[in-house]
Ligand binder design. Structure first.
Ligand code: GLY
Length: 349
């Protein structure tokens, strides 16, 4: 396994390994549970990696895009699993980006009340975030205004994860931007100088940070100010931006803007100084070359209302914010401060 790093997600008897490196897909068979007789590979058209799990397998493609991330896709997969007689002693493999691993994980967690799953992440976003940690889910399409992203899902840890860096060379520029948005958040969760690392070391370090956070707080326990919720740094505004732009802004692009907004809000609240705000711009806009401006046409009141409905909110407007103790969950943020931070950002554009 030359050049392949192994990161362990420590979860007792559900612990597993994440293999990170160019060519890591060739180690897939080593992560297949010994009991698995065959595999259902869930993927999308155009995924650039070929895999060989070392057991017989069938491939099932799902559609591309958020429009396909719903319960109908799970039903279609379950019908395919039924057709091939997939059992609890077999395996589901999610081969693709975050949408594929979310959907494959959810289908695996519910089929026969739970079939093992291994993820092969093919996007940067999948590698540093979605494929690790066991969150699965689909969207609930809006009916009478009630619906939202990832509202239906489970916690279902994979038996192993492959992050094959060969896949990154094939990513379209927008997909790279999305991954960088998620990667940027890790700069503020620890004191690590991630920019000093080469890309594969940096990806492995992001995986390690996520593994540590998940091992400490697998199910995002309510009221834990420094648990898994920290992985949502920048996400409160990001989710609102995704909704208010009808997903014209992709997740990672929205997270980039959400990170600098969170810095402005922390500054307005007196939690960090101006240099720290500039550091956010230097990482997000400078090093990762991501957009940091609010889309001009959005109504601040709608953004605030959308942020107040965030499913992570514990009490009033809730954000993950930087501060003297590092990044932590802050509830009951005054609406005036959230509005002021939006105004400050808009004024910079
Ligand atoms: N993507 C955030 C988490 O896994 O908790």
């Amino acid at each position: 396994m030359t050049g392949i790093r192994t990161v362990r997600v420590e979860l007792g008897e559900r612990s597993y390994e994440v293999l990170v490196g160019a060519g890591a897909r060739h180690e897939l068979a080593a992560l297949v549970p010994a009991t698995a007789q065959r595999a259902a590979v869930v993927t999308q058209p155009g995924i650039p990696l070929e895999i060989d799990p070392g057991i017989p397998f069938e491939v099932f493609e799902i559609g591309t895009g958020e429009d396909h991330k719903h319960l109908g896709t799970i039903e279609a997969l379950c019908r395919s699993f039924a057709r091939i007689g997939l059992t609890r002693h077999d395996l589901v493999i999610g081969l693709g980006g975050g949408m594929v691993t979310d959907v494959a994980g959810f289908a695996a967690s519910t089929w026969h009340r739970g079939v093992p799953v291994v993820h092969v992440a093919t996007t940067l976003l999948g590698m540093v975030d979605a494929a690790i940690g066991g969150k699965t889910g689909v969207n609930l399409p809006s009916v009478n205004g009630l619906g939202g992203k990832n509202l239906v899902g489970t916690f279902w840890q994979p038996s192993g994860v492959i992050c094959d860096l060969d896949a990154l060379a094939t990513l379209p520029p927008r997909e790279v931007r999305c991954g960088r948005g998620e990667m940027a958040k890790y700069h503020f969760l620890t004191g690590d100088d991630l920019l000093a690392m080469d890309e594969s070391t940096r990806i492995a370090r992001c995986v390690e940070i996520k593994a540590t956070v998940v091992a400490d707080d697998e199910r995002e326990a309510a009221g834990k100010p420094a648990g898994r919720a920290l992985l949502n740094y920048g996400h409160t505004l990001a989710h609102a931006l995704e909704i208010e732009t009808a997903f014209a802004l992709a997740h990672g692009e929205a997270v980039a803007i959400g990170l600098v907004y969170a810095a402005h809000l922390a500054h307005v609240l007196g939690r960090i100084d101006g240099d720290r705000v500039q550091h956010h711009y230097a990482v997000v806009g400078g090093a990762y070359e991501l957009g940091t401006s609010l889309p001009a046409h959005l109504d601040p009141q709608r953004l605030l209302a959308s942020m107040a409905r965030d499913k992570k909110a514990v009490s009033g407007l809730t954000f993950v914010l930087d501060g003297p103790r590092g990044v932590e969950v802050v509830a009951e943020v005054p609406q005036a401060a959230a509005t002021e931070a939006l105004q400050v950002m808009a004024g910079r554009s």
